[in-house]
Design a protein around this ligand. Sequence first.
Ligand code: PGA
Length: 255
Amino acid sequence: MADRKPLMAGNWKMHKTVDEAVDAARNLADRVSGASGVEIMIAPPFTALAPMADALQNTRIGLGGQNLFWEDEGAYTGEVSGPMLKSAGCRYVIIGHSERRQYFGETDETVNKRLKSAIRHGLIPVLCVGETESEREAEKTFSVLDKQVGDGLKGFVADELKTLVLAYEPVWAIGTGKTATADQAQEAHKYLRALIEKKFGKDLAESLRILYGGSVKPGNAAELMGMPDLDGALVGGASLEAASFSEIVLYDQNP
Ligand code: PGA
C-alpha cells in the first residue's frame, strides 16, 4: 500500500477576526509542534491569511484558502484568485465545499475550472464531494460521487492530479453532530479510490489522499483514522479551538 501522509485540515469557514485568527494559530502551533508524520492545514477567512502566514512561519502548519476564482485577475468583484492566495502564503485551497455548492450556486463545472486554476498555480487542491441526506436515503450516494468526481475532474490526466486531495464530506454530517460511522466513511472512501483507479490508474489511486469531513471531533478521530482508506480529516467546528483541533491532529498520540 502506498505511503500516504495524513492531512489534518481545519476549515474555519466564516469565523474569526484577524486578531482572533492569529491568536488561535499561535496557540495551535505550540500545541502541535511535536506532531510528526502528519501534515496540518488551516483555512481561515481570506482576511486572516497574510497575518497568519507571518505568525506561522517555521511552524508545522500550512495555510489554505477556502475557495478561489478561476481567472487570475480582472473585473470580478468579491473574488480571490490563485496567484493572490499564493502571495498571501497559501499552499492549499479547498474547492467545491458543500456550503459553496448549497448557498453560492457552485456546480461541478465551476469546480472543474477552479481546480484547473489551483493546479496551474501550484496550490494543493482539497476537492470536496459528498451526498445529501435525501440522496443517501434514496441510495444515490455512489451515483452522486460518480458525477461529482467525473465532472469535477473532467479533462485532467493522472499526471496533473498528483497533488490532488479528495475530501468525502457527507452533507448530512456537516455541522450536525451526526458523524458518519467509520464503516460508512470507509465504504465511501473505498468507492472513491476505486473510481480514481478506473479513471486515472492504480498509481494515482494508491497515492491519493482522501480526507473525511463531517462532525469530526477529538472523541471520534482515532476510530475514523483507523480505517484503511481514510487519510486525514477536514474539520469545521472542532478546528476553531486550538485545544480540540490539536487533540484531533494528535489522535494517535493520546492514550
Ligand atoms: P464540521 O464541518 O466539522 O463542523 O461538521 C466540516 C466541514 O464543513 O468541512
